[in-house]
Design a protein. Structure first.
Lengths: 99, 615
């Protein structure tokens, strides 16, 4: 099932793409309804960035410490400019550590 | 001071116990616990000693902050020449035992020789005696602890002991205290068994006094605790999710060693993660995770307490495993799970219970299972030899092998060799994912380059707790570096190694370093102890400890050729994820690291380096 996410501030019409969003640890609670096992497939407008999704879901920016696209780290200064491509996986964690 | 200034020397051959003053000159240079215990060890034991001979010694050492009000100040270290590695071994444990020993009035216990019969050491403050251990020899860690508390009618007694695996010669056996906290790595428990020493039971009521400046110590430890509480990792992430929160991260970045490092991502990672541990099971409506737990004085509380599904095949009609006990931490979950392709969370938890109950290292055990499964799939090992079909992904093979390793029965004896010796025996040494005989922990060095250098140069064999560059390369602590790059990693590894030696030697938990740097540790030590514990001097102390360990290994026969990685990691590229196509760049990093260290091209500390560090 694909959930359509209306990105805040984006035009309602235009090309849409499908991506996967994964939220872990205490960010789980911000996953849209229909998510399973920490992930959900989303339909979003082309040109959507990680920052757009964070803002639309009201995710606390301070808790979005580790932002990965297809496993590669997205530095904070790129999160509002790096657009998501069809099929990419956006994964976000709060500050965590282990050992 | 916060040292007790007293150590116990136990001659197991003669059956004598002798108190000695702590060598304060050495304490000023090596701090305590790992550093000071290792100083005693290298001064007293020849590097060529057979680890399982009476000539090897076994040291239990606390640090100056152990037993104090410093957060996490409950740690102790077991130092010896490792049974698994033949290298210097220093395995660190939390729980309550270390603080109890310190509060009984002792900084350290040195065991030497070999008892003619099984014994345990009983410490009640200043009263210390060797006791007959015949009735606990051949029993588990869990039974031993319960038996000694009952026998001595003291539920507050703290017990550190070995299980049956150590008695049976499993080379990666642990010393376990408080039922499920362990000095887990390098086979320190195997050395303890070789001395016919079953347990150390301690009751300490004296406390730790004589803090150099109590007012300043109160302020410094209070400030340190606030830093831990305010930090999102130590204040929220670790208590809520534990170290297991890493499972999905490391899988996403393509650095989760899977099926004996054949792959770098595991399709079942989510099934064995922290998130899965918190979900209600469909079978009984309960979650695997019951609660978190703290060690002595800890304000983080990352420990996991789990309860099995009583209907799971592993514990059906076995009520002794139905209670809550030590659950999966990230390393164990990886080693018992992804390393073997097993995604059955309950099976992993059961195997972890067995590792605790009979005292063996789940990392080395799990990684050895991975090697066995690969040998089975190649047709080198058969069902008849192992006792069960053992393809990758078989939960039943995992739990079968755990129970066999616990008792040393059947193929369990082979399992106890560890992957290096087992793979050599069956003609495939290249399949052992180890360095200096010790198995890798849970980070694939093709996806986290600095960890390759960490493993290759670790003084106790492959280990993540000697230089946790994952913090920087993946998690951005203290600064984010590129996990796929080799540039700058030599300096990063050296910095982590030296700082870690200080945390370990102070008697505090390394996990404080997710929020603290040595800047936070220095004022706590300076207020507690006499001497110079400035940031500048602590950096020197850490480097001195690292080089001391290295020099022991060099003298024991280890050379630059042992600072290496299995071929799989340097010749077989990662198949998926961000590191796809990459191998580990150790050949580039290693010479840079030697130069950073002030070592020769052969990996030996130069006379100038030794002189600078007072070695």
């Amino acid at each position: 099932m694909i959930h359509t996410l209306a990105i805040r501030g984006a035009p309602a019409t235009g090309e849409a793409i499908e991506i996967t969003l994964k939220l872990f640890a205490m960010l789980e609670r911000w996953l849209p309804e229909g998510a399973r096992r920490n992930e959900i497939r989303l339909s979003v407008p082309a040109g959507t960035t990680p920052a757009d999704i964070v803002a639309t879901l009201d995710l606390p920016v301070a808790l979005c410490a580790l932002v990965l696209i297809d496993g590669a780290f997205v530095v904070p200064e790129m999160r509002a400019t790096r657009t998501l491509a069809p099929g990419e996986v956006l994964s976000i964690w709060p500050p965590i550590a282990g050992g | 001071m916060s040292w007790q200034r007293k150590i116990l020397r136990v001659d197991l051959t003669a059956g004598t116990v002798t108190p000695e003053p702590l060598n304060m000159e050495w304490a000023m240079a090596y701090l305590g616990s790992r550093g000071l215990g290792t100083k005693y060890f290298v001064e007293e034991v020849g590097p060529g000693v057979d680890p399982l001979s009476p000539a090897n010694k076994l040291i239990f050492a606390t640090g100056p902050l152990t037993g104090t009000m410093a957060s996490t100040g409950g740690r102790y270290t077991v130092i010896t020449k490792g049974a698994l590695t033949g290298a210097i071994a220093c395995s660190n444990s939390g729980g309550y035992w270390g603080a109890e020993l310190k509060m009984a009035g002792w900084d350290m216990i040195i065991f030497e020789g070999r008892s003619p019969k099984p014994v345990y050491l009983l410490v009640r403050d200043g009263e210390v005696s060797l006791e007959d251990g015949a009735d606990i020899w051949g029993t588990t860690v869990w039974h031993t602890e319960e038996h000694l508390k009952t026998k001595h009618q003291d539920p507050l007694m703290r017990v550190s002991s070995i299980g049956r695996s150590a008695e049976q010669g499993c080379l990666y056996s642990a010393v376990v205290n408080d039922l499920h906290r362990a000095a887990g790595r390098s086979g320190v428990g195997t050395v303890m068994a070789s001395k016919n020493l079953k347990a150390i039971a301690v009751r300490g009521t004296k406390g730790v006094g004589d803090i150099r400046d109590p007012k300043a110590f109160f302020a410094a430890t209070k400030a340190g605790k606030k830093v831990l509480a305010d930090n999102a990792v130590t204040g929220q992430g670790l208590p809520t999710y534990g170290t297991q929160v890493l499972m999905n991260v490391i899988n996403e970045i393509g650095a989760l060693p899977t099926r004996n490092h054949k792959d770098v991502q595991f399709e079942g990672a989510r099934d064995i993660s922290a998130e899965a541990m918190r979900e209600k099971r469909p079978t009984d409506g309960k979650a695997n995770l019951v609660t978190n737990q703290a060690c002595f004085g800890c304000t983080i509380a990352c420990g996991r307490i789990s309860q099995l599904d009583n209907g799971h095949y592993t514990v059906e009609n076995r009520p002794q495993y139905w209670g809550a006990s030590g659950g999966l931490e990230y390393e164990a979950a990886w080693a018992l799970g992804a390393a073997n392709g097993v995604n059955d969370l309950e099976a992993l938890t059961f195997a972890n219970f067995i590792c605790n109950e009979d005292g063996f290292d789940p990392i080395s055990f799990g990684a050895t299972v991975g090697a066995v499964m690969e040998l089975y799939e190649m047709g080198v090992l058969t069902k008849e030899q192992i006792g069960i079909e053992a393809p990758f992904g078989s939960a039943r093979a995992l739990t079968f092998l755990a129970e066999k390793t616990a008792t040393g029965e059947g193929f369990g004896k082979e399992m106890g060799l560890g992957s290096k010796r087992l793979c050599e025996k069956y003609g495939h040494p290249e399949l052992s994912m180890s360095v200096k005989g010790q198995e890798f922990p849970a980070y694939d060095s093709r996806g986290i380059q600095g960890m390759g250098l960490t493993y290759a140069t670790s003084n106790r064999g492959a280990c993540h707790l000697r230089s946790y560059t994952v913090a920087s390369e993946v998690l951005g602590i203290p600064i984010k570096t590129d996990p796929l790059a080799t540039d700058g990693k030599a300096g990063l590894v050296k910095a982590f190694q030296d700082a870690t030696a200080v945390f370990d030697s102070a008697g505090i938990c390394l996990f404080t370093s997710f929020a603290w740097s040595l800047v936070d540790v220095a004022p706590q030590l300076q207020a507690a102890c006499e001497g110079d514990w400035s940031l500048e001097n602590l950096n020197v102390v850490g480097e001195r400890i690292w080089n001391m360990e290295r020099m022991f290994n060099n003298a024991a026969g280890f050379t630059a050729k042992d600072d290496t990685l299995p071929k799989r990691l340097t010749t077989e590229p990662a198949k998926t994820g961000p590191a796809k196509g990459l191998v580990n760049g150790l050949a580039k990093m290693l010479p840079e690291y030697y130069a950073e260290r002030g070592w020769t091209a052969d990996g030996i500390p130069t006379p100038e380096t030794r002189a600078r560090l007072g070695l």
